[in-house]
Design a protein around this ligand. Structure first.
Ligand code: CDP
Length: 226
């Protein structure tokens, strides 16, 4: 029998543990890890470099996406989005300048539309590169990008715990402000998709969260094998 290809959506607010959880699951099960937050950050960086640093400037630009060709670079288990052939370093997309505009740009329907096909297309990238499946993290993966995913997880943790985690990483970030914008926007807001499994990690460490989801993955794979 052909081996099962599994798709996992991991959504949650800022610093809810999506990235570390998704990375660990990808390693454990041989999945391709796709961080859609990095897509929004990379696109925000390109817009900033074009002098577009506000929603008003975006609206005033004739063709804000002119010549922005999206590509994928697979490094180990990670899929990184390239724009016009280059993948920015983490330090270029995780800093105050990008943090302060990314959620505003992410609320623009045109921006989300620009990334939609690319993000859905990552399933094919995972298949073409012979991964056992894909774990995609973001805000609207289970609700919008991969509503048909085999597992849809929604990670939560109380705001103080999330702020502490981000501070411990040594990265200054306005997570409360981004969460507010992400939850209140009209297009594909941060929301718990119907049928998603909620995991509150306030009192769980990374390995406990990973184990909980691993158990669900094993169940899915076993059910398929029957
Ligand atoms: O690192 P953190 O979880 O705080 O954020 P991120 O996943 O890197 O995402 C950065 C920003 O991109 C979020 O605050 C959202 O505004 C936006 N985003 C989104 O709108 N939809 C997604 N699927 C992923 C990110």
């Amino acid at each position: 029998m052909k081996k099962r290809f599994i798709t996992i959506a991991v959504d949650g607010g800022a610093a809810s543990g999506k990235s570390s959880t998704s990375r660990a699951l990808a390693e454990k099960f041989g999945l391709l890890h796709v961080d859609t937050g990095a897509h929004y950050r990379t696109l925000a960086l390109s817009l900033l470099r074009r002098g577009i640093d506000s929603v008003e400037k975006f609206a005033g630009a004739e063709d804000p996406f002119a010549d922005l060709a999206l590509g994928t670079c697979v490094r180990g288990n990670e899929a990184r989005m390239s724009i016009s052939g280059s993948v920015p370093d983490d330090s270029e997309i995780r800093n105050d300048a990008v943090n302060s505009v990314v959620s505003q740009f992410a609320a623009i329907p045109q921006v989300r539309k620009f990334l939609f096909d690319y993000q859905r297309g990552q399933v094919a990238v995972a298949r073409d590169n012979n991964f056992a499946g894909l774990v995609m993290e973001g805000r609207d993966i289970g609700s919008n990008i991969l509503p048909d995913a085999d597992l849809r997880i929604f990670l939560t943790a109380d705001a103080a715990a999330r702020q502490r985690r981000r501070a411990a990483e040594g990265i200054p970030d306005s997570i409360a402000a981004r969460d507010k914008l992400d939850s209140s926007r009209k297009t594909a807001p941060l929301t718990q998709a119907a049928g998603a499994i909620v995991i509150d990690s306030t009192f769980l460490d990374l390995s406990q969260v990973v184990e909980k989801i691993s158990e669900m993955i094993r169940e899915k794979l076993a059910a398929e094998g029957e």
